[in-house]
Design a protein around this ligand. Structure first.
Ligand SMILES: Nc1ncnc2c1ncn2[C@@H]1O[C@H](COP(=O)(O)OP(=O)(O)OP(=O)(O)O)[C@@H](O)[C@H]1O
Length: 233
């Protein structure tokens, strides 16, 4: 276990995380990150350097073989997992939408008990649609009729409808054209500036200019070193 003091201000703290194969080979090791309210962290690094493995560990989607994860300073108990999942939301590269309309998708997660107190936030999410240049009638479009880019944006809005404290993004714009990529970035930046709970994101990207544009800190793999983004003059 790490001898570093626990960061009392972090929402989520990964301490010396290690992941290995079934044969015992280390894929990532000794990677640490503390995510605080308002943090904007980009993860960059070569293909195969372990970025996704680490992000999935942060999301508690996979077991870790070394290290620990703390949520508000404490290890997570099994019974706290539903609350964790509503506060720390992972958006995968190609998310799956449910059958039905865009609005059905936006409301989908809110039906679960752990999220029921969040229902009022749907209005805020719908207002983000304007950033996407779509009229309100877009809410009635069938998910099966959406383009790949539209589907990705709906998946983002669905994630935001949970008002997460932390959004974990795994190369969310890798399949999008430049225009839709800009809209995706604008939605996230607007969400950060309009939310009253100081949310944070951790965003894997291969695009260094995107990292500089959206983030304030850059984590570079495979070492997992963290540096501030230089403010442009
Ligand atoms: N379950 C697993 N068993 C064995 N090896 C794995 C497993 N999962 C991932 N790997 C390997 O671990 C390495 C890191 O994978 P990871 O997907 O985290 O890379 P990445 O940095 O996200 O790459 P990319 O930028 O291409 O998405 C890769 O070599 C991958 O093949």
């Amino acid at each position: 276990m790490s001898e570093e003091p626990i960061d009392p201000d972090s929402i989520l703290e990964a301490r010396q995380i290690g992941r290995q194969t079934a044969a015992g080979q280390w894929l990532i090791r000794d990677i640490s990150l503390a995510v605080h309210p308002g943090d904007r962290i980009a993860i960059v690094g070569p293909t195969g350097s372990g970025k996704t493995l680490f992000l999935r560990s942060l999301a508690m989607l996979d077991d870790i073989q070394e290290g620990e994860l703390l949520f508000h300073g404490n290890p997570l108990k099994d019974k706290e997992l539903p609350e964790f999942r509503s506060q720390v939301v992972y958006l995968q590269q190609r998310p799956v939408l449910i059958e039905g309309t865009v609005e059905d998708n936006l409301k989908f997660a809110l039906q679960f008990q752990v999220n029921q107190h969040k229902s009022h936030d749907i209005a805020a999410v719908i207002s983000l649609l304007s950033t996407f240049d779509r009229p309100e009638s877009f809410l009635q479009r069938q998910s099966s009729a959406l383009s790949g880019g539209e589907g990705q944006i709906v998946a983002l809005l669905r994630a935001l409808s949970l008002s997460p404290q932390i959004l974990l993004l795994d190369e969310p714009t890798s399949g999008l054209d430049p225009g839709t990529t800009k809209q995706f970035e604008a939605i996230i930046l607007k969400w950060l500036s309009t939310s009253d709970q100081s949310p944070a994101f951790v965003w894997i990207t291969h695009d260094h200019s995107q990292a500089d544009h959206v983030a304030r800190q850059i984590m570079t793999f495979p070492e997992g070193t963290i540096s501030p983004v230089q403010e442009s003059p």
